[in-house]
Write a protein that binds this ligand. Structure first.
Ligand code: PLP
Length: 399
């Protein structure tokens, strides 16, 4: 049987694939700490699980409105006003099966064949695959440590062509943790506006910000940005609710109606039980998660800078990833093995000290690796010890 051309080159999500492979090894008894996955070590607020159990007992288990139940969309609308200074009515919100579906709905609603979608890289690989599935042309804007992995007006201007329709922003970023300040956003806003770009703002790591400055939604910096952007967010990262599959989009009303039409014809509502859990989660975000992640980050950054040969120029201010550069190690031989690329280094780290990380080529940054540090403090102590041990032994073993 022949597949459609659309899916001919479609691959499984490489980050999920890698995570599954590492978890299989762990199940087989291997002593591995899995730092590949973009998943927190904490769980939903207890108010959510209690409300969800009650919902099942009361048989709140039938179809709901495709866009989500009214109280949940109202709660999200109020959250956006209170926390982000963004005015979206409940009708402008569609609750989806994770941020992933909210993004796919949005790309499907906006992209025509051949439209260019600018994706600043390093970036989460799903953006590329979803844009291609919708017939668009994903166009990477290559960023690196020189601009702290952030767009500058010059870089953005030089990336725009007559076919450019959409710019994807992801602040804080997976995989770099880079977070745009208000000043950063104000410098690129005029270029976005002059070129009539639509922004898709993926704010899924919004609550996980460690700097003194609060998170700033790109939509909040100008009237143009609010009226020409689609905001995507979800519960996976902030509330540790990856398996509940809760995300949402907030968009101008005409776009939101089409996003809802698209969803109602493809999957309809997300689980009714998850919706109840989501409604109760919003006011119960645990700020301890942010403090714990910040501690993990600080210790790991210190280890990397003082005890390893990995290069970390900027301390990321959000999400739960470090994205150090391994270029100093390329071409060298460690433990008798030549390191030709970041993947070789990740493999050696796994083989020698049982620490699993993700090669940067998955994010279009072949000289970096991603380390997810959303683990408990004890596990992170072990990670720090193992990294130190790796670099101490590598000096003795053919450096
Ligand atoms: C940048 C980014 N956006 C969106 C998502 C989607 O998450 P979910 O579908 O679990 O809400 C992820 C998950 O890894 C992500 O890293």
């Amino acid at each position: 049987m022949k597949t459609s051309n659309r899916v001919l080159n479609l691959k499984d999500s490489p980050t999920l694939e890698l995570n599954d492979a590492i978890n299989r090894k762990i199940l087989n008894g291997e002593d591995i700490i899995n730092l590949t996955v973009g998943e927190p070590n904490y769980y939903e607020p207890k108010e959510s699980s209690t409300a969800a159990i009650k919902a099942i007992q009361k048989h709140f288990t039938h179809y709901t409105a495709s866009a989500g139940i009214e109280p949940l969309r109202k709660a999200i609308s109020e959250k956006l006003i209170k926390e982000n200074n963004l005015k979206f009515s409940p009708e402008q919100i569609v609750v989806s099966n994770g941020g992933k579906q909210a993004l796919y709905n949005t790309f499907s609603t906006l992209i025509n064949q051949g439209d260019e979608v600018l994706i600043p890289t390093p970036a989460w690989p799903t953006y590329f695959e979803q844009v291609k599935l919708c017939g668009g042309t994903p166009t990477p804007i290559k960023l690196n440590e020189d601009s702290a992995f952030k767009l500058t007006p010059e870089i953005l201007q030089n990336s725009i062509s007559s076919k450019t329709k959409i710019l994807v922003l992801n602040s804080p970023s997976n995989p770099t943790g880079a977070t745009y300040s208000k000043e950063d956003l104000l410098t690129i806003e005029p270029i976005i506006e002059e070129n009539h770009l639509i922004v898709i703002s993926d704010e899924i790591y919004e609550r996980l910000v460690f700097s003194e400055d609060k998170f700033i939604s790109p939509l909040s910096i100008s009237p143009y940005m609010q009226s020409h952007s689609i905001l995507v967010n979800g519960y996976s990262k902030a509330f540790g609710m990856t398996g509940w599959r809760i995300g949402y989009s907030a968009a101008p009303i005409a776009i939101s109606k089409k996003i809802n039409a698209f969803q109602s014809q493809t999957t309809a509502n997300i689980s009714s039980i998850s919706q109840i859990a989501a409604q109760y989660a919003l006011n119960h975000f645990d700020t301890n998660h942010v403090n714990n992640l910040k501690n993990n980050r600080d210790k790991l950054v210190n280890t990397i800078r003082t005890k390893t040969e990995l290069d970390l120029r900027q301390t990321p201010t959000g999400a739960f990833y470090l994205f150090p550069n391994v270029s100093k190690l390329l071409g060298r031989t460690l433990f008798g093995k030549k390191i030709s690329n970041a993947g070789d280094f990740c493999q050696l780290l796994l083989d020698k000290v049982g620490v699993a990380t993700t090669p940067g080529d998955i994010f279009l940054a072949p000289e970096n690796i991603r380390i997810s540090y959303a683990k408990d403090a004890k596990t992170m102590d072990k990670v720090n010890e193992r990294l130190i041990n790796f670099f101490e032994r590598s000096v003795l073993n053919g450096n």
